[in-house]
Ligand binder design. Structure first.
Ligand SMILES: [Zn+2]
Length: 189
């Protein structure tokens, strides 16, 4: 019903919060991530987790606020989603875009190069976003207990040697379309 709808805006970022805790991840992936993070920390890698489980509704808010704010998507054309009484159309294009822009800031997606996916492995607890940094050469144990020396650049989650070690734990770096630097999952998507 039209009367029950609430206009889009920054406050929506609080409604369907995501988690940054690995305990909210699913089954085997949770175990894999915990082992991998433990190995990284023992190796001296600083791990900062930005997102784990993300409700589907939050993905919807992220996806469409980004498209309206950044891609010129028509706010009148956003499909509704069950359980979300959001009104994207503020009457004027200017107001609608401003509200969507406020939302992308509140959701902390305003600087992303590619729009957030409408559905992702985060929705089922099978993905994690994390920033990884370290100094100098490190040695890390893979899932079989082999010690792997990481002596190449960059010293971030984009390091190919680290990506190979992660795979031994069942943790796959994002390999889908576009770029998603902090994203790891059970299947690379
Ligand atoms: Zn992600």
């Amino acid at each position: 019903m039209e009367n029950d709808l609430e206009l889009s805006g920054a406050k929506w970022s609080k409604k369907f919060p995501g988690s940054t805790d690995t305990k909210d991840l699913s089954g085997n992936f949770r175990l894999a991530i915990n082992d991998f993070i433990c190995a990284m920390q023992e190796a001296g890698i600083k791990v900062k987790i930005n997102a784990t489980l993300r409700p589907q509704k939050r993905s919807y808010l992220m996806h469409y606020s980004y498209r309206i704010a950044k891609n010129g998507y028509d706010p009148k054309k956003v499909p509704s989603m069950q359980g979300i009484n959001i009104k994207w159309d503020h009457g004027t294009k200017e107001e609608s875009v401003k509200a969507a822009r406020d939302m992308t800031s509140a959701l902390d997606i305003q600087t992303l190069q590619t729009r957030p996916a409408l559905r992702s492995q985060h929705n089922t607890g099978l993905a994690i976003d994390m920033n990884l940094t370290w100094e100098k050469t490190i040695e890390i144990e893979d899932a079989s207990g082999n010690v792997v020396k990481i002596n190449t650049l960059p010293r971030t989650g984009m390091n190919k040697q680290l990506i190979a070690v992660a795979a031994t734990y069942g943790v796959k770096k994002y390999n889908g379309p576009g770029r998603d630097f902090p994203h790891w999952s059970n299947n690379g998507r």
